[in-house]
Design a protein around this ligand. Structure first.
Ligand code: SF4
Length: 309
């Protein structure tokens, strides 16, 4: 049920401590102490035709991002195996570009099949705009979940990207759902949007009934259109996470890129309702050592248990 305007306004005005307490309670009620870990691999990098404002891989920007074609089966298997050894339960193939050609879809299908047969870890993919026929080919190869961020609110997306629309992204998500692939869809905090637009993104995801919601925190990268953007404050980030949890009580709220910018405060994200994260680094930015992340997860689960008892 869509919350009333009055409820939404109250969420925006609620003091942060109350908002976080409600979000954590909601997380524990609906999802107990579940904490899910996934790892992504940049399977094809750079030279993208699209102009997403934050992205180092866009050909519209001058960055040092590496450019390479689709990685070999052996390389994909090596990284999937490492992810499984690190404790990740999902491994995602992420490619730059507007969307794959028919030949590329076949190439990805072979890699997905190899991971399923040889490593067994659940496979996700993030390959851009796709139709249901191509997605079905990936599903038959063993794909369980498709990742495709909306990045921002529908009324702000045109400020983020001008080479495609948010509706093309939404169509891809609907196509995945129609053929029974789970969906992982979220966005980035700090693209210049305001709190109401973040809330609007959460409501859009609620309507789409996605399974997992990755939230990135902008890391302004030299050479991109947002190189000089001011990163969002910890206060804004925690409010956003808590609001997403309250509006999406049953979904995994997954902290993706940018959490390292919070340094020793990043554990607070998981006291505000988040309960999943990427480990092992990002597309063009390194993450912190996996053993430190795993230690943090154990400590957080310990606190969650205390809060539940
Ligand atoms: S986010 Fe994806 S579609 Fe947008 S520029 Fe980067 S690689 Fe291309």
């Amino acid at each position: 049920m869509t919350p009333s305007n009055n409820t939404l306004s109250k969420l925006l005005e609620m003091p942060l401590d109350q908002l976080m307490a409600r979000a954590l309670k909601t997380k524990l009620r609906h999802r107990k102490d579940q904490f899910s870990l996934c790892t992504i691999m940049n399977v094809k990098s750079g030279n993208c035709t699209e102009d997403c404002s934050f992205c180092a891989q866009s050909a519209h920007h001058s960055t040092n991002a590496t450019i390479y074609p689709i990685q070999s089966v052996n390389e994909v298997l090596k990284q999937a195996e490492q992810a499984a050894q690190n404790g990740a339960t999902r491994f995602s193939l992420v490619a730059s570009g507007r969307g794959p050609s028919p030949a590329e879809v076949e190439t990805y299908a072979l890699r997905i099949q190899a991971i399923r047969e040889r490593i067994g870890i659940s496979v996700c993919a993030s390959l851009g705009i796709m139709d249901s026929k191509s997605l079905l080919m990936l599903k038959q190869a063993g794909l369980s979940r498709y990742h495709h961020n909306l990045e921002s609110s529908p009324d702000y997306f045109s400020q983020v990207c001008t080479t495609h629309t948010i509706f093309e992204r939404i169509e891809t998500i609907k196509a995945a759902k129609r053929i029974g692939i789970e969906t992982c869809v979220g966005g980035i905090i700090g693209l210049g949007e305001d709190m109401r637009q973040r809330l609007n993104l959460a409501l859009t995801l609620q309507k789409l009934s996605v399974n997992s919601v990755p939230i990135n925190i902008l890391v302004p990268l030299p050479g991109t259109r947002l190189a000089n953007a001011l990163p969002p404050s910890i206060h804004e980030i925690l409010r956003t996470i808590a609001i997403f949890r309250l509006l999406l009580p049953r979904q995994a709220i997954r902290i993706a890129g940018g959490r390292e910018t919070l340094k020793d405060l990043q554990g607070l994200l998981f006291m505000a309702g988040a309960d999943a994260m990427l480990i092992g680094g990002y597309l063009t930015v390194r993450g912190r050592p996996v053993h430190e992340d795993l230690q943090m997860v154990e400590r957080i689960k310990g606190i969650w248990q205390q809060c539940s008892s």
